[in-house]
Design a protein around this ligand. Structure first.
Ligand SMILES: Cc1cc2nc3c(=O)[nH]c(=O)nc-3n(C[C@H](O)[C@H](O)[C@H](O)COP(=O)(O)OP(=O)(O)OC[C@H]3O[C@@H](n4cnc5c(N)ncnc54)[C@H](O)[C@@H]3O)c2cc1C
Length: 396
């Protein structure tokens, strides 16, 4: 690792300043430097990267979405993760073990079929519907009396978000970027309504372009530029189990569509997740011990041998989703403040969509257009004022 903070501590100007150096900020930095824009400054208020949502993520990556823009973001990002080591010479730990959606109602099956038609039309060839027997062949321990079928895509899977973030940052810095840690962006300066610099706890830096990659704190970062950004933090909790070999570790991410409970292999055990519908927005990052009982009930209901799982509450954790009103990312320029760009509101998908986000923003900043998705405009920050919200129903 380069001595990042020492690389260039007195930058008076930068071509682009990125607020936040999680997986999204670091992907933007790498894509910019890769495209030749080298004077990029990432400003991170924590002493170490990964203390935001990136370090709390489940690392799931999937292309099984319901809207074209989410599918296309994944169709850039997943092959990117598959070739990450080739491109960057550092690991992403991509494991293509798949995502398996398990349907227990006819409406689930209709939903999966409709999505697959769209996914296939956009180029996702490997996704397929499965019968109950095929599902049981993949996970024999699953309780299947109410299972009607499901869908599976073998190129979906998992990555290690921390490794990805470090990989992007390391290579971005080798290509000219600088990372300031323990430094907060405290102000954004405008001149004639345009971006012309930021105030930081290390002093001012001038720049014509600021990228908001502040994760769950995106609304506060946008407010520094006078921009009202509808991103809210929402707690999500994960429960890792102690070593357990009653179920194969080669299984995919399994999603019980009855209640949203999902799990995947992790280390010698499993990682259990369920989005409690009673959770309310706010900066709550304490793990709530009563959640363990709630999730274990759902785990044992779908996989009866999970009744024997051992869990150490001290190893469970909570982090923040960055929710947008339509559960889609908010990416692109804020037209009212020229030079201010957003990479926010991923609503639980920021790891899987980080590569596409970096590419889209680098394209929009340097060329004003991108071909990663058919229309980047659908993700624009301006869509809320226009009432042009998107609709995604498969939020995990
Ligand atoms: C429990 C959980 C499970 C998840 N599972 C998945 C999953 O399976 N798949 C998936 O794709 N996504 C998942 N996510 C979502 C994913 O983790 C996030 O969408 C993603 O990490 C967002 O990355 P980011 O870089 O935008 O934000 P962050 O990682 O939060 O980084 C933002 C950074 O900005 C810094 N910052 C903020 N304000 C300032 C400022 N004013 N000055 C300087 N620095 C500042 C913060 O310190 C922070 O480091 C999960 C999230 C959680 C909480």
């Amino acid at each position: 690792m380069l001595p990042l903070d020492e690389a260039n501590t007195n930058l008076p100007t930068a071509d682009v300043i990125i607020i936040g150096s999680g997986i999204v900020g670091s992907s933007v930095a790498w894509h910019l430097t890769q495209a030749g824009c080298r004077n990029v400054l990432m400003v991170e208020r924590e002493s170490h990267q990964g203390k935001g949502s990136t370090g709390k993520s489940m690392g799931g990556v999937r292309a099984q979405f319901a809207t074209p823009v989410n599918i296309q973001m994944s169709l850039y990002s997943i092959p990117f993760y598959a070739s990450f080591e080739e491109r960057l010479g550092l690991p992403s730990e991509y494991r293509p073990q798949g995502y398996l959606f398990v349907a227990t109602k006819p409406s689930h099956l209709d939903y999966l079929r409709t999505n697959q038609t769209l996914q296939k039309s956009l180029g996702l060839k490997q996704v397929r519907m499965l019968t109950r027997d095929e599902i049981v062949a993949i996970v024999p321990q699953l309780r299947s009396d109410d299972v009607l079928g499901g869908s599976f895509c073998p190129t979906d899977g998992f990555v290690d978000p921390y490794s990805v973030m470090v990989g992007f940052t390391t290579r971005a810095c080798e290509q000219g970027a600088t990372l300031w840690r323990s430094t907060e962006v405290t102000g954004i300066n405008l001149e004639n309504g345009r971006i012309n610099g930021v105030e930081t706890t290390r002093g001012p830096v001038s720049t014509p372009v600021v990228v908001n990659a502040a994760g769950p704190w995106a609304a506060q970062a946008a407010a520094l530029a006078g921009v009202d950004l509808p991103v809210e933090p929402l707690r999500r909790m994960l429960v890792p189990t102690e070593p357990f070999d009653g179920v194969s570790h080669a299984i995919p991410m399994v999603i019980d569509m009855t209640n949203g409970f999902h799990f995947r292999p992790e280390s010698l055990g499993f990682l259990l997740a369920w989005n409690d519908p009673e959770e309310t927005p706010g900066y709550k990052t304490d793990f709530e011990p009563s959640f363990i009982e709630k999730i274990l009930v759902r785990a044992a209901d779908r996989v009866p041998c999970f009744e024997n799982l051992a869990v150490n509450p001290k190893r469970a954790w909570a982090g923040l989703y960055e929710m947008s009103p339509d559960h889609h990312a908010i990416i692109g320029p804020v037209h009212e403040v020229p030079g201010f760009f957003c990479a926010n509101g991923f609503s639980g998908h920021g790891v899987m969509h980080a590569p596409a986000t970096g590419k889209i923003l680098s394209d929009l900043i340097l060329r004003g257009a991108t071909d990663v998705v058919d229309s980047a405009e659908v993700l624009s920050p301006g869509r809320f004022a226009k009432g042009a919200l998107l609709h995604e129903t498969a939020v995990l």
